[in-house]
Ligand binder design. Structure first.
Ligand code: UT7
Length: 333
């Protein structure tokens, strides 16, 4: 019997735009203050893609080119590229399509996956299945969002949270006991009422009225989402640990979605982890939706060691949520 194929993460890339939107900047735009934002969310500043004519794909391109350079492969070697995003460049074609064209991934197919803040986790599970099938050798999984394109900068309850960014990982097959080991992923459409975009889909196509009503922006009932997120992210992370008999001491890192520092703390507490084991970049990047988790891996890559047990965990609009257990596959030279 041949050994089971695992999907190993073999390289990471990331990109955040250079322009910063600080709490002080927001104080001039809406009725808020630095202290409220920092204590309620943990955020100090976010990055915003300001350059005219640039979209989500333009942040993914440098992230994917970086991981190709690190791994020493050409984009033409990529078999499939999946993009988790809720801010595609256009409704169609897919952002994955546009990225493949821009980087010269001429042998690849790809598609976008819409799962809001859980977009990277869902895409990682999909990429893993493709690798484990034995049919694909190089699958790139991206999480990217240009949230500034759908944030209402007159709504103080949402505009203080979000930022722009992109992250990507390369998946390759291995028969070693490393890579994506297990996952628990969930959706519950009954939560859609609390976090969604009202217009622009087939339910309510764009019209002068939808624009006038500001219905092309992200709508969030923050408190309701907060309650579900705290429970959802903590429960699913604990359930994944229990399912795989993982103890807090076994875990090297928790990589949580960065929506709110208080949600991250609740998840870490429930897992029995101290803050020294939690990747946190929310203070500098805010909530970049599908990009938060790969951006953490990108920034922490040099600290990760082969064999490290890592739990990725997210909760987001939809509702969508889940946790993935990864055994890190390489030491950074
Ligand atoms: O990433 C995908 C999923 N999204 C999330 O996980 C986000 C989850 N939700 C949250 O992180 C939080 O609910 C928020 C950060 C969005 C809001 O924090 P909160 O502690 O839930 O605040 P709240 O909505 O309960 O509002 C508390 C008070 C209200 O005033 P009153 O009614 O008590 O007088 C708000 O009007 O804070 C007020 N408020 C603000 N004050 C200053 C709301 N936004 C602001 C603001 N600055 N930006």
């Amino acid at each position: 019997m041949s050994a089971k194929i695992h999907a190993a993460i073999t390289a990471v890339g990331g990109y955040v735009p250079p322009d910063k939107l600080t709490n002080q900047d927001l104080e001039k735009m809406v009725d808020t203050n630095d202290e409220w934002i920092r204590t309620r969310t943990g955020i100090t500043e976010r990055r915003i893609l300001k350059e005219p004519g640039k979209a989500t794909s333009d942040m993914i391109v440098p992230a994917v080119l970086e991981l190709c350079a690190k791994r020493g492969i050409a984009p033409a070697e990529i078999d499939c590229l999946i993009v988790g995003t809720v801010t595609p460049d256009m409704v169609f074609p897919s952002t994955a399509n546009l990225v493949c064209h821009k980087i010269g991934a001429v042998e690849a197919w790809g598609y976008d996956l819409s799962a809001a803040c859980s977009g990277f986790l869902f895409a990682l599970a999909q990429g893993t299945a493709l690798i484990e099938s034995g049919r694909y050798e190089k699958v790139v999984v991206c999480g990217a969002d240009k949230m500034s394109a759908i944030v209402d900068y007159t709504d103080r309850a949402t505009c203080i949270i979000f930022g722009d960014g992109a992250g990507a990982v390369l998946l390759e097959p291995t028969t070693e006991q490393v890579g994506v080991m297990d996952s628990i992923l969930r959706t519950d459409g009954s939560g859609s009422q609390y976090l969604h975009m009202k217009a622009g889909g087939s339910l309510k196509p764009a019209s002068a009225e939808t624009v006038a009503n500001r219905e092309h922006f992200a709508y969030q009932e923050g408190q309701a989402v907060f309650k579900f997120a705290v429970k959802g992210m903590a429960d699913v992370s604990a359930a994944l640990m229990e399912k795989n008999k993982l103890k807090a001491d076994d875990i090297a890192w928790l990589v949580p979605h960065q929506a709110n520092l208080r949600i991250i703390d609740a998840t870490a507490n429930r897992m029995g982890l101290g803050t020294e084991k939690v990747m946190i970049n929310i203070e500098r990047f805010g909530n970049t939706t599908a990009a938060t988790i790969p951006l953490c891996l990108w920034e922490w890559e040099s600290k990760l060691k082969k064999g490290d047990t890592i739990i990725l965990s997210a909760f987001g609009g939809g509702f969508t949520w889940g946790a993935i257990w990864v055994k890190w596959a390489y030491d950074t030279k």
